[in-house]
Design a protein around this ligand. Structure first.
Ligand code: ADP
Ligand code: MG
Length: 400
């Protein structure tokens, strides 16, 4: 892979595929970590006299414009971080994009509107994706891939576009991949993995590979309930991936065979109601043993005993990979489990990697100093698939 230093960018239009998919509350950005992470690449290109055309997706619009998912607030924040104006194009490959790009002087930056406002971006149909990539290619002379959080997606701007333009890997992706390499090649032990979050089926696959590498696997968040259910416990109305139970049982058996320790919550916070994440009105919940969840209740965070247990299991770690919050951390009453894990990482002297959009945001929103962690990754699914040993389309496309 070429680095951006190897591209001759002065006076040329450089398309930067970034991952600016930040959490929003209405139109206000609740965590700008992903914008800050890619800003140095953009600044470097602009300083070298490139006309920088930045593009990203945001959320999951359905292939058509949807104001709720506009990147306009991100353009404003990117401009503040860069300390230079960022012209915002109100479409992706239409009149606004063409005019905005044509008006760029050397060293100027524009951000296009959400790539996913075009059905071609995420299409499963190769021809449809390629057609969109060709339109995007019309806006640039060179391509820089730096949207680490999206490299596991075979999308037009990630996979098809780099094939159409001379390309290089951005500094953010280079750093992220370097860190993940450290987790796959001779890791310092004990190597402890903490998994949680909501996207259970996305994450179960990584366990297969981690069973070969990790010494200990702690399971919290929504994923824990599928494990508890597999062990024969009732989980009430908690998140559950019934079809994954056979797989999970297979993992538990293999872990035992290999001497990998699996740690599940021993107690959980349960409620009949999902909390109001907008008003953050105080929640009504109780603490129950993990094997005694009432039928009408939902597990929303790991309990106090589990927090202590998880902290103890992290205390002697030399390497930690953490993906997925331990509970619905967006509500203060259910943030305690996630806080406890973050605190335990700070107290251990492990090289700790926190991966995942929500996990990384949680660490910062809960007030932890991100510089105290080994690495806060901008990619969740991407990090997991890398650790699974999968080929990532957005990395493959940057080779050669
Ligand atoms: P990441 O973005 O870090 O990969 P995910 O997107 O998988 O993480 O999961 C983050 C989400 O998981 C958060 O919005 C959080 O509220 C939710 N979550 C965590 N624990 C639970 C739970 N027990 N039940 C429902 N949702 C949960
Ligand atoms: Mg997420």
């Amino acid at each position: 892979m070429k680095t951006i230093e190897e591209l001759d960018v002065a006076g040329r239009r450089v398309f930067v595929r970034a991952d600016l998919n930040v959490p929003l509350d209405g139109s206000s950005i609740t965590d700008d970590g992903r914008i800050r992470a890619v800003a140095p690449t953009i600044a470097k290109l602009a300083e070298r006299g490139a006309k920088v055309v930045v593009a990203s997706h945001l959320g999951r619009p359905k292939g058509a414009p949807d104001p709720q998912f506009s990147l306009a607030p991100v353009a404003a924040r990117l401009g503040e971080i860069l300390g230079r104006p960022v012209a915002f194009a109100t479409d992706t490959v239409g009149e606004s994009a063409k005019a905005t790009v044509a008006a760029l002087a050397d060293g100027e930056v524009t951000l296009l509107e959400n790539l996913r406002f075009n059905a071609g971006e995420t299409s499963k149909d190769d021809a449809e994706r390629k057609a969109f990539a060709e339109q995007l290619a019309g806006l640039a002379d060179l391509y820089v891939g730096d949207g680490f959080g999206a490299v596991h997606r075979k999308h037009a701007s990630v996979f098809d576009l780099p094939a159409l333009l001379p390309h290089a890997v951005g500094d953010l992706i280079a750093t992220e991949v370097g860190v993940l390499k450290r987790l796959t090649e001779d890791v310092a032990r004990p190597y402890v993995v903490v998994l949680g979050g909501a996207k259970v089926s996305d994450k179960v696959g990584v366990i297969e590979n981690l069973l070969q590498k990790a010494d200990r696997i702690l399971i919290g968040g929504g994923m824990a309930y599928t494990f508890l259910k597999a062990q024969g416990h009732e989980v009430g109305i908690s998140l559950l991936q019934e079809d994954q139970i056979p797989t999970v049982l297979g993992y538990l058996a293999e872990a035992e065979e290999r001497g990998v320790e699996f740690v599940l919550p021993t107690d959980v916070l349960v409620s009949t109601d999902f909390p109001d994440l907008r008003t953050k009105a105080p929640a009504t919940f109780s603490v129950v043993a993990a094997d005694a969840i009432p039928a009408d209740q939902e597990g929303l965070d790991i309990g106090p005993d589990s927090r202590e247990l998880f902290a103890a299991k992290l205390a002697d770690a030399k390497t930690v990979f953490w993906n997925g919050p331990m509970g619905v951390f967006e509500h203060p009453d259910y943030a305690g489990g996630t806080k406890a894990v973050a605190q335990a990482l700070l107290e251990s002297d492990a090289f700790s990697v926190v991966g995942g959009g929500d996990s990384a945001a949680a660490v910062r929103i809960l007030g932890f100093d991100e510089t105290k962690f080994g690495h806060i990754s901008t990619g969740g699914g991407a990090s997991l698939e890398y650790l699974e040993g999968k080929q990532l389309p957005g990395l493959t496309a940057l080779e050669g």
